[in-house]
Design a protein around this ligand. Structure first.
Ligand code: ADE
Length: 424
């Protein structure tokens, strides 16, 4: 039942949800420290905040942190298939955080929930795919909302690309911070998080043996690098398909075979698309794939696999041949399997990135919200980077939690680095 306190699948799941986000919290030491400071200093007092994020145990701990900082927070899902219903219930019941998210919700409910989050009248928004920012810019009912906006944080590569395009066209109405581009986010979350959780989703959905299998990874950005590296680690033969010359070269020198997708389709047994672009796997590829090929997407939107074309080619679609796996039976007798309806496989078929890596992403998020509130007078309606001091702080917190110490430069080394006269 939808009320101002939230809309969740089953409030009775709250106890299980609380147990799970408390478990995750044990693996999020940097965020925990930020929460302790926030609880004492209340830097977000009076800030109304709406977040549109994957509703997971890790996100629950971010929301608890922002609330501990004094913000008045609300949460909605950033994908219809990534919500963990027990977490949503736990947030409403045990944390008093209005949460609007139901796993498997349809488009109508998904958008109603976005609007519910905006009905909270936020001055700060957090996005995972730019949905709230897009609505604030395109829906007439929010035409006068820019004035009350302090800033918005963006968590994904896909979202940042879209926001930069808006910035370039001069249509951005308020400041946006590209949290995704912080090193403490993409270097770890996109690579190690996506690498592990994508394969986690594939394995939970299919229980295939990756050793000896041919895995085709489309896209060699930070996420693609992670997937390729981890698939190789499990014994797969990995082929990379790229469109960018530098990345293609990098993949080749990292030891992967690189070839156009059209060629890779002849050999691939598992296909993982991680490009952020549309129709990466399409009709011409389906027509050439092996019988039994398994496809999944780990990019933000469900556009990378052209499911409509696949459906058209199929004489029959067998739903849920295993949980989260559909089989598309083609006229010629081949069957192609798709995991999680082509939505983010790590969140549709597994639990998303592990808490230890979301720890850095969300500590960066929380500190950047504080920074934006404290610097709002200086922020212009453009895309801004995360402050360098926040990145250093998050990395230092994480290293300390791992009991890792670094060396320090000696005075002589400092002098050497600062001088152009030495060393030739
Ligand atoms: N994106 C990827 N994994 C995630 C997680 N566990 N929580 C929130 N957002 C995510």
């Amino acid at each position: 039942m939808r009320t101002s306190r939230g809309d969740v699948k089953d409030p009775k799941l709250a106890k299980e949800g609380k147990k799970r986000y408390e478990w995750a919290d044990q693996h999020m030491p940097a965020l925990r420290q930020v929460r302790e400071v926030f609880s004492r200093e209340k830097p977000l007092k009076g800030v109304r905040l709406a977040a549109c994020l994957h509703v997971t145990s890790e996100t629950a701990n971010l929301m608890r942190t922002l609330k501990a900082g004094g913000a008045d927070v609300t949460l909605c899902a950033s994908n219809p298939l990534s919500t963990q219903d027990d977490i949503a219930a736990g947030l409403v019941k045990h944390e008093g955080i209005p949460t609007f998210a139901i796993r498997g919700e349809n488009n109508k409910s998904y958008y109603a929930h976005l609007h519910q989050a905006l009905a909270h009248q936020p001055s700060v928004t957090l996005d995972d795919g730019a949905d709230l920012v897009s609505l604030l810019h395109t829906d007439k009912q929010y035409a006068d909302r820019a004035e009350q906006m302090c800033a918005s944080m963006e968590e994904t590569t896909t979202g940042v690309i879209r926001l930069r395009a808006m910035d370039k066209d001069g249509v951005l109405k308020f400041p946006v911070i590209a949290v995704n581009d912080a090193t403490t986010k993409h270097l770890f979350d996109n690579r190690y998080g996506t690498g592990q959780s994508t394969l986690d989703g594939v394995l939970r959905a299919t229980n295939i043996l990756l050793a000896g299998m041919t895995v085709v990874v489309a896209g060699y950005g930070w996420c693609g690098k992670g997937v390729a590296m981890r698939a190789r680690g499990l014994g797969s033969q990995v082929i990379v398909a790229e469109i960018d010359p530098i990345r293609g070269l990098e993949a080749a020198m990292d030891g992967f075979r690189v070839m156009p997708m059209r060629e890779a389709t002849r050999e691939g047994e598992l296909f993982v698309s991680v490009t952020g672009d549309t129709s990466v796997l399409r009709k011409e590829h389906f027509a050439r794939m092996k019988d039994g090929a398994i496809l999944c997407n780990s990019g933000h939107f469900d556009v990378e696999i052209d499911i409509k074309a696949l459906k058209k080619m199929a004489k029959r679609v067998a739903r849920n041949v295993r949980t989260n796996v559909d089989g598309y039976h083609l006229e010629d007798g081949r069957c192609i399997y798709v995991i999680g309806e082509g939505r983010l496989v790590n969140l549709a078929a597994a639990e998303g990135h592990p808490p230890a890596v979301m720890d850095m992403s969300f500590a960066t998020q929380a500190l950047t919200v504080r920074w934006a509130v404290e610097h709002q007078d200086r922020l212009t309606p453009h895309v801004h980077p995360v402050a360098k001091e926040i990145e250093d702080q998050v990395a230092s917190l994480k290293l300390a939690s791992m009991d890792i110490q670094l060396d320090r430069l000696t005075p002589e080394q400092k002098r050497y680095l600062a001088s152009w006269e030495f060393g030739t």
